[in-house]
Design a protein around this ligand. Structure first.
Ligand code: FAD
Length: 433
């Protein structure tokens, strides 16, 4: 038997250190972000990063030969659960999105020259990157519909298209652009990825889109979601990342582990909200008792604990399957936890807000920001509905319609069959009556 839910002691010590470090050194920074500004935040992060590197926890998602730790997905998942408790913790650990995902793409598909020029400086924090796939005019949930094109003109590729929600696009030094390079190929072989330097003529960053998370339009803010028009953008042949037509393949290699990391980070956020829910229930007094004495609040606490535990086990099991059987084998588990985890995140934060009343709605607590963050989780990396549909499709492959359209559990039909199967026995029993 190899069922085991324990963490090896040496790694547990690393996790314990991380938990204390993130809570004591990173959480306080959250409250002075506006005063620090981007430069101040960088300065605050520098000594933290040194400590993380000294503990061998820097850029842990990468291969050891790229300066990472080569941890499997389970260990990464356990780390991300802690990092998720703060939106800025990943910055201290060298795995903040989208740079972390883009570094994985470059590690998987980049040539030695591309790694030299983009990957290593990205890992050092000397460059910033964005991933530019979603378009305002086509459904991001079905990227086979992409309209952005990259057409060969002599040696060069010429890119034309309109993208948005390219996270960090307005501060990126380079963008990884997904564009159709062969419209006549099979749907999942039409697109390729190209590396585009942000200062290439024709890369027009229009704005940082105002969102529920940052409801004011801006430009050049960290964590932005940029709208970009690519107009006759000329890039050299070596801008192609991976093989021509391999865009979807590479995207999937990046997105599957990325989803597990998201789900574990969401657990970190949800657990922080859960702690606030429990704390509030113990001191707020109304209608004859503290909130903890009211059954509805008890239900919120119990339901949240059950959902958190289920989501955690589902995520870790998906991570374990990726480590043991590979990404392809874990597809269904990853899709399951992507939509279920997003729901749990939402539900727990929602209950914590409710328990805090007006205070929960105010920005005197981090709950309202968590709530806005949670809403996006149901959309990015595939909306809930797409993952549900994918899970249902995969499950249904294991079923067949019944013969003759009678359900296979139909009792009268089964009774007839049982009577035939046990005819001798039934006859002897009735004969004895
Ligand atoms: C915070 C955030 C960050 C993002 N960062 C990036 C980034 O860095 N780079 C990037 O390229 N993109 C990014 N995106 C975009 C994201 O990937 C897309 O929003 C997502 O893929 C959905 O595409 P869409 O917005 O075009 O919605 P659509 O594809 O138009 O879908 C709209 C809705 O249609 C419904 N729907 C779709 N398909 C089905 C179906 N099969 N069955 C039932 N209902 C369905 C769903 O309810 C879905 O929400 C980001 C988005 C957000 C919110």
């Amino acid at each position: 038997m190899a069922w085991d839910f324990s963490t090896e002691p040496q790694f547990q010590r690393q996790l314990d250190w991380m938990r204390g470090f993130v809570r004591e050194r990173v959480w306080p920074l959250e409250t002075v972000l506006d005063e620090l500004g981007p430069e101040g935040l960088e300065r605050a992060m520098a000594p933290l990063r040194d400590e993380v590197k000294a503990r061998d926890l820097w850029a842990a998602h990468l291969d050891p030969k790229l300066g990472g730790q080569g941890f499997g997905q389970v260990k990464l998942g356990l780390m991300h659960e802690i990092l998720g408790t703060s939106p800025i913790a990943p910055l201290a650990f060298g795995n903040a999105a989208p740079d972390s995902g883009n570094s994985e793409i470059l590690a998987i598909a980049g040539t030695p020259e591309q790694k030299e020029r983009y990957l290593y400086p990205l890992l050092e924090g000397d460059l910033k990157s964005a991933f530019s796939m979603t378009e305002p005019d086509t459904a991001g949930s079905d990227p086979t519909l992409l309209k952005t094109t990259a057409v060969r003109d002599g040696e060069e590729w010429v890119i034309n298209g309109h993208k948005w929600f390219s996270s960090n696009g307005s501060i990126a030094d380079f963008l990884i652009v997904m564009a159709v390079t062969n419209p006549d190929a099979r749907p999942h072989q039409r697109a390729s990825m190209l590396i585009v330097d942000a200062d290439t003529p024709g890369v027009n960053v229009l704005r940082d889109v105002a969102t529920m998370e940052h409801p004011w339009e801006s430009f050049g803010r960290y964590g932005n979601h940029a709208e970009i028009v690519y107009q006759d953008v000329r890039v050299p042949p070596d801008a192609l990342l991976g093989a021509e037509g391999a865009g979807f393949l590479i995207a999937q290699q990046r997105l599957y582990p990325g989803r597990i990391h998201h789900c574990m980070r969401w657990l970190g956020v949800a657990k922080r909200a859960f702690d606030m829910l429990c704390e509030r229930s113990l001191y707020r007094y109304a209608h004859g008792s503290t909130l903890s004495g009211h059954q509805t609040v008890q239900n919120w606490i119990a339901d949240s604990a059950a959902q958190l535990q289920a989501a955690r086990l589902m995520t870790l099991q998906a991570a374990w399957k990726m480590d043991t059987d590979g990404v392809a084998a874990a597809r269904q588990d990853i899709a399951l936890i992507k939509f279920y985890g997003a729901q749990v995140l939402h539900d727990v934060i929602d209950r914590a807000i409710q328990a805090h009343g007006a205070l929960g709605y105010s920005s005197d607590l981090p709950l309202e920001a968590m709530y806005r963050f949670a809403r996006a989780a149901r959309i990015y990396d595939g909306p809930d509905e797409v993952h549900r549909a994918s899970v249902a499709r995969q499950i249904l492959r294991g079923y067949e319609p019944p013969l003759g359209e009678v359900p296979s559990e139909h009792v009268p039909t089964r009774r007839e069959a049982a009577r035939r199967q046990f005819a001798d026995l039934l006859e002897s029993v009735t004969a004895n009556d």
